[in-house]
Design a protein around this ligand. Structure first.
Ligand code: ZN
Length: 406
C-alpha cells in the first residue's frame, strides 16, 4: 500500500480531439498543466512524454464513488481523505504527436482517458483517428470522458452521449464506461476517479529482468561545483517490467556515443551503479513499473546533461535486448483521410518512434508491407515492439502508420 502512494501503479495516457478539454481534465486531476513541452514540440516531431502525477485520496467516512477525490477535504462529509493511489498521466500536445506517442508508448501506457467534448458532434475527424489507434493497438483499458457538458445543457448532452455510444459500437471499447464531466465545476470527477482506481493494473512481473525506457536525463550539479562536490548523472524514465534497488549494477544501451559521421553513429554501452532512486520528490528504496522514476548514477554528468541519454534502455548488465542497426518490420497504414500515401521508395527516410526514442530509418527493401530498414542511430529493441512511422511529405513529417518489429 505504501508503495502505491510513493510510486505510480498506473500510467494513463490521454487521447481526444485537440480542443476537447484534455489539458483542463489533466489539470483537475493533478493540478499540473502538462502542455509545457508544446513549444519545443512544434519545431520537430520528437516524442517527449509529459508526466503529471495525481494522488487519488479516499475518504474513510464515505462509501462509493463519492469517497474518491484529489482534494484535501471530502465534499460529502467534510472529513479528511487519505492517500489511496498514485497515478501518472502521460500527455503529449498536438494531434499527430499524441497519436505517435500512444503507439510508441504502447508498452508504457496502461490505460487511456479518451476525451470527447459535448459541444461538437461526435465523431470529429481527430476523434475518429484516435478510435482507430485504440482499435489497432487493441487498447481495452479505456474510459471515455464526455467533457464540456456545461456548455450544451442536459438535452444536448444526452443526445451527444448517444452519439458516442453509436460511435464506439463494434470497436474494442464498445463496453467502455462513458463519464460526463464538468471540469470547471468538479462535477463527476469522483466517478471518474473511482473508475480509474478500478482500472486493470498491468502485470509487472517484478522478478523479470528489468527494462526501463529513459525519458529524461540531466546534470544536477550547480555550475562551478568542485570535483569533490560533483554528483553523478541522473536518468529518469519508466520501468516496464522488473525492479531496481539502490546498489544495483545497471547497463545503459546503446549507451554513450563514441563516433559519429554522416553515415553512422557508434555507441558503447555504459555500466554504472544506482546510488539513489527517487520519484521526483521523495527517495524510494525500490523502483517498480509505473510512473517516472529518477535513478542517480555514477555516470559522468557530461553524458546525462540536457536529455543526452533519452531513448536509451536500462537493465541489469547483459540482460537487455540486443543493439541493432537494421531491422525488418511489418508496416500498417492508418489510411488517414487527409494523407495521400504513395508506395515506399528505396532509400526513403522514415521517422520511427519506439518507446522514448525517435530515430531515422532508411528503406533498404520494401515488399508490400514488409520493410527492411537501415538505422543511422542504433537502437535496443525487441521483437513485437510497435513503433509509430512518420513519412516526409511536403517538408513535414506526417504520421502515416505503425510498424511491428519482427
Ligand atoms: Zn467523506
Amino acid at each position: 500500500m505504501l508503495n502505491d502512494i510513493k510510486q505510480s501503479s498506473l500510467n494513463i495516457g490521454t487521447l481526444g480531439h485537440i480542443d476537447h478539454g484534455k489539458t483542463s481534465l489533466v489539470r483537475v486531476l493533478t493540478n499540473v498543466w502538462t502542455d509545457r513541452h508544446s513549444e519545443s514540440l512544434k519545431r520537430n516531431m520528437t516524442i517527449k512524454l509529459g508526466y503529471a502525477d495525481a494522488i487519488i485520496k479516499k475518504c474513510p467516512n464515505c462509501e462509493g464513488p463519492g469517497a474518491y477525490t484529489v482534494n484535501d477535504k471530502c465534499s460529502g462529509c467534510d472529513g479528511t481523505p487519505e492517500p489511496f493511489m498514485r497515478i501518472s498521466i502521460l500527455d503529449a500536445p498536438g494531434h499527430e504527436t499524441l497519436m505517435a506517442t500512444a503507439i510508441a508508448g504502447a508498452n508504457i501506457i496502461n490505460g487511456i482517458l479518451f476525451v470527447i467534448a459535448a459541444n461538437e458532434a461526435c465523431p470529429m475527424q481527430q476523434t475518429k483517428e484516435h478510435l482507430m489507434i485504440i482499435n489497432l493497438l487493441g487498447l481495452k483499458n479505456v474510459i471515455v470522458v464526455q467533457s464540456k457538458i456545461d456548455i450544451v445543457g442536459k438535452a444536448k448532452a444526452i443526445e451527444h452521449y448517444k452519439q458516442i455510444k453509436e460511435f464506439i459500437k463494434g470497436s474494442v471499447i464498445e463496453d467502455a464506461p462513458i463519464v460526463p464531466v464538468m471540469t470547471n465545476r468538479n462535477i463527476n470527477i469522483d466517478v471518474l476517479l473511482s473508475l480509474i482506481v478500478n482500472m486493470k493494473k498491468p502485470e509487472t512481473a517484478p522478478d523479470a529482468d528489468p527494462l526501463m525506457y529513459v525519458a529524461r536525463s540531466f546534470d544536477i550539479n550547480r555550475p562551478g561545483a568542485t570535483v569533490g562536490e560533483m554528483k553523478g548523472g541522473v536518468i529518469g524514465g519508466t520501468l516496464v517490467r522488473g525492479s531496481f534497488k539502490v546498489g544495483d549494477e545497471i547497463e545503459i544501451r546503446p549507451g554513450i556515443k563514441t563516433e559519429s559521421n554522416s553515415k553512422k553513429e557508434t555507441y558503447k554501452p555504459a555500466i554504472t551503479v544506482i546510488t539513489e532512486i527517487s520519484n521526483g520528490t521523495e527517495k524510494l528504496e525500490k523502483a517498480l513499473p509505473g510512473g517516472l522514476i529518477g535513478l542517480s548514477t555514477e555516470i559522468d554528468p557530461y553524458f546525462t546533461k540536457a536529455d543526452g541519454l533519452v531513448g536509451n534502455v536500462v537493465g541489469h548488465p547483459g540482460k537487455l535486448p540486443d543493439v541493432i542497426t537494421s531491422m525488418s518490420v511489418a508496416y500498417h497504414s492508418l489510411n488517414r483521410q487527409d494523407i495521400q500515401e504513395k508506395g515506399f521508395a528505396e532509400n526513403e527516410p522514415l521517422l520511427l518512434s519506439v518507446g522514448t526514442l525517435t530515430v531515422v530509418g532508411y528503406i533498404k527493401k520494401a515488399k508490400k508491407s514488409k520493410l527492411e530498414l537501415d538505422l543511422r542511430h542504433p537502437i535496443c529493441a525487441e521483437q513485437g515492439m510497435k513503433m509509430a512511422v512518420m513519412r516526409n511529405m511536403g517538408q513535414r513529417w506526417r504520421l502515416t502508420g505503425y510498424a511491428t518489429m519482427h
